[in-house]
Design a protein around this ligand. Structure first.
Ligand code: F6P
Length: 577
């Protein structure tokens, strides 16, 4: 696929934005009391209200025409039938197969993948039941009390976000911990609280070559072994999730304790696979299947609903509308639910690693804006941090507000207050506050005329700031599954419109390679590599301050000032070595 820019539909949308950019949503609501009915829909346990957007029926018609012109229906079909839509790596992106509980066959290179998916789900069931029931014992005969997932990116964010989001469904006697960072602090602080006798590690890495994960896994094994006389007992404490059985075996994990994933599962789309093992241990396999079922329901909806009633398609096309025609290139996601607090972090990877791309399928440079910057955090805290900028700042942001109608922890009227805050924000962003209104309110409050005049400009705000609102009755495994799948499909649709590959991630490779070179230099190994003078001096500064490289290998262009060089005593020895 190439650029959509030359299409007539694109040009029409550009012209249409010229019309709509002077429209205020307040006026759209004023003339249409059916606007909510017209621009909201319910599916898969989610209510999606998109009426607070700068759109009319023409906007949606034009966006749908663009989707048609980009062959979206065919692309969806290709995804669901296992075609190699990840065209740079020549493989399918088949997260939908992982939740295909109806088991219709999905073939990759002529082989139905469903029997493998079912086999691993069954393996997960047996294992999770053994851990949850206390049948699975640690080396000293004690039952497991803590599970530590070691992974990064998609092998970390998904399992962590979902495990934390589904806390009300957890096994009461098991604790869950997630270690990702190569910064030794992460593992050290996590292990401080744990007992090796009762700790189970899940090493999660599709490739099983990721530096951060492997380093943490080795350090965790050393920690465990320091207390065990019989090294063979390590098997009771380490399992792996990976597509690379050779590397897993080389690490020393028993192949019986490995849960397979496949190259057709993208890292950031892998939470539905055995990468979701911590979730399954936490909530039990039946609830994990409910989580898959929720996603499958969204898959069905996405695959079958007309685009005009299709939640992921509408959400995606609204994103295209703002990103490409209104030049709003960032999108904030605010879950109003403490359990969902990590959702923005998770969606950051899903979206930005998928659609932060600069080449079309034919290799041409992309000259339109693709993936927006995704950010956000939990409401109501977010209101007291950056919402000021939403309401009166010069930067524009589009927002998703996500809130369950019922809390798992109904505490007095807390949840009604939370709901009220969430809905009030969407209203304030829409309506703003006019000078006339402010004047009236200040007069009623008894402000003197000159004070009203002085404060009037500061107390007015324009409104007309777009947002979506997503409600569900409660966060359950199924509604969470639907919600995540909604975003996954939205991202896919946008990738199709922009003509990019949403399923590769070449951009993260360069940094990884250069880190390998710098690491060797940090360790004092000579290198052929040359660096720019900034990087070179920063490397040398670190070497000098740490003092763990031979002085002969170092020279700073500028001498270090104000730093007392005391050599290796500055390097804090890792406690896990
Ligand atoms: O950062 C790039 C990336 O490949 C992500 O796409 C992936 O989720 C993460 O690294 C972890 O990879 P792995 O599961 O192979 O350790």
């Amino acid at each position: 696929m190439d650029s959509p820019k030359e299409l007539a539909e694109w040009t029409e949308l550009q012209m249409h934005w010229q019309e709509m950019s002077s429209v205020h949503m307040r006026d759209l609501f004023a003339v249409d009391d059916q606007r909510f009915d017209r621009y909201s829909l319910e599916a898969c346990g989610l209510l999606f209200d998109y009426s607070k957007n700068i759109i009319n029926s023409k906007t949606l018609d034009l966006l749908t025409s663009l989707a048609d012109r980009r062959g979206l229906a065919t692309k969806i079909q290709q995804m669901f039938s296992g075609e190699p839509i990840n065209f740079t790596e020549q493989r399918p992106a088949l997260h939908i197969a992982l939740r295909n509980r109806t088991d219709y066959p999905i073939a990759v290179n002529g082989k139905d993948v469903m029997p493998d998916v079912d086999r691993v789900l069954q393996q997960m069931r047996i294992f999770t039941e053994a851990v949850r029931s206390g049948e699975w014992l640690g080396y000293s005969g004690k039952r497991i009390t803590d599970v530590v997932n070691i992974g990064i990116g998609g092998s970390h964010l998904g399992p962590m976000m979902v495990t934390k989001a589904l806390k009300p469904y957890h096994h009461p006697d098991l604790g869950f911990h997630f270690v990702s960072n190569i910064d030794g602090t992460h593992l050290t602080e996590t292990l401080k609280k744990l007992n090796p006798e009762t700790t189970l590690f899940i090493v999660s890495s599709k490739s099983f070559t990721t530096q951060e994960t492997l380093s943490n896994a080795h350090a965790a094994r050393r920690w465990l072994l320091s207390g065990i006389k019989d090294g063979g007992q390590v098997a009771r404490h380490f399992v792996a999730v990976s597509a690379n059985s050779k590397k897993v075996a080389a690490f020393g994990i028993n192949p019986d304790n490995m849960f397979s994933i496949w190259d057709w599962v993208g890292g950031r789309y892998s939470v539905w696979s055995a990468i979701g093992l911590p979730i399954a241990i936490a909530i039990g396999m039946d609830q994990f299947v409910e989580f898959l079922n929720g996603a499958r329901e969204m898959d069905q909806h996405f695959r079958t609903a007309d685009f005009s009633q299709n939640m992921p398609v509408i959400m995606a096309m609204l994103g295209v509308w703002y990103n490409n025609f209104a030049s709003i290139n960032n999108h904030a996601i605010m879950p109003y639910d403490q359990y969902l607090r990590l959702l923005p972090d998770y969606l950051q990877q899903t979206d930005m690693e998928s659609n932060g791309k600069g080449k079309h399928a034919n290799g041409d440079d992309v000259t339109i804006s693709t993936g927006p910057i995704i950010w956000g955090s939990v409401g109501a805290d977010a209101q007291h941090a950056y919402f000021q900028l939403f309401h009166q700042g010069r930067q524009s942001t589009t927002c998703d507000f996500i809130v369950p109608v019922r809390s798992h922890n109904e505490l007095g009227d807390h949840h009604q207050k939370l709901l009220a805050n969430c809905l009030a924000q969407t209203e304030a962003l829409l309506m703003g506050r006019s000078a006339h209104q402010v004047q009236h309110e200040m007069r009623l409050a008894g402000y003197p005329g000159d004070e009203i005049k002085r404060l009037l400009p500061h107390r007015t705000f324009s409104g007309n700031r777009p947002s979506n609102t997503i409600l569900m009755e409660q966060i359950t495994p199924a509604t969470l599954g639907s919600l995540i799948a909604l975003y996954e499909h939205k991202i896919f649709v946008q990738g199709v419109i922009w003509g990019i590959n949403s399923f590769d991630q070449w951009g993260v490779e360069l940094g990884k390679e250069l880190a390998g070179v710098i690491l060797a230099e940090m360790k004092g190994q000579s290198s052929e590599a040359s660096h720019d003078c900034s990087t070179m001096n920063l490397v040398r500064y670190c070497q000098l301050v740490r003092g763990d490289t031979k002085p002969a290998a170092m020279k700073l262009d500028k001498p270090l000032t104000g730093y007392k060089m005391t050599g290796s005593q500055h390097s804090t020895g890792p406690t896990l070595e």
